[in-house]
Design a binder for this molecule. Structure first.
Ligand code: AMP
Length: 218
């Protein structure tokens, strides 16, 4: 099963991708996570990507496409994957579709997390992440047992630099102008499933699981 999770930042794509990939035994490939890991390690990709990410702008297409293709090619191709936060432009979508087709690994299903701006802003401003294992929390909706400390590994929680109000607005603008048109692109290909990203995580998860199960059998 090969899937794309599409939706604005803060739609819950990452949270759902972690849970679903574990349950289905498939890979979770988050472009944002892979880029942040490169920034942390000080790689060439990381050095080039950092200024775009800090400003809430998209990293150049060809760089991201190459990085994601390399990741897919070097992984277990039998396993299937969830692409989380990729593609984000029509150019990326067309290019990755063509490359995956060549590899005999086309996308089976795209889930669009339709989410209101209010939800997105509240989720992103309250989001906290573990510095050590990357686990996701929210100060109100999904708080850790102990403030500032990860339940899973005891690591320190932090707020992403691009989760400031100003950068969130910028990221939403980028989504509206460059990513939203992918909804139509995948709808035309007849592989788009839509769900409400405003719902609670467990409700979204059930719907997602049913959709992907149905798709796999169908
Ligand atoms: P995310 O963790 O998905 O919110 O992504 C964080 C940042 O990484 C974005 O604001 C972009 O700067 C960069 N990024 C993530 N995915 C992509 C992509 N598909 N294309 C270009 N830039 C991306």
């Amino acid at each position: 099963m090969r899937m794309v999770f599409l939706g604005p930042p803060g739609a819950g794509k990452g949270t759902q991708a972690v849970m679903l990939s574990e349950r289905m035994g498939i890979l979770h490939l988050s472009t944002g996570d892979i880029l942040r890991e490169n920034v942390k390690r000080g790689t060439e990709i990381g050095k080039k990507a950092k200024s775009y990410m800090d400003k809430g702008e998209l990293v150049p297409d060809d760089m991201v496409i190459e990085m994601m293709l390399d990741t897919i090619k070097s992984g277990d191709k039998e396993k299937g994957f969830i692409l989380d936060g990729f593609p984000r432009t029509l150019y990326q979508a067309r290019k990755i579709d063509a490359e995956l087709e060549k590899l005999g690994l086309p996308i089976d299903m795209v889930t669009y997390f339709k989410t209101s701006t209010d939800t997105v802003i509240s989720r992103l401003t309250g989001r906290r992440l573990c510095k050590n294992c990357g686990a996701n929390y929210h100060i109100k909706n999904m708080p850790p047992k102990k403030e500032g400390v990860c339940d899973k590994c005891g690591g320190e929680l932090y707020r992403r630099k691009d989760d400031s109000e100003e950068t969130i607005k910028k990221r939403l603008g980028v989504y509206n102008s460059q990513t939203e048109e992918l909804i139509g692109y995948y709808r035309e290909k007849d592989i788009l499933k839509e769900l409400s990203g405003d719902s609670d995580a467990d409700v979204v998860y059930e719907e997602l699981f049913v959709n992907s199960h149905f798709q796999r059998r169908g």
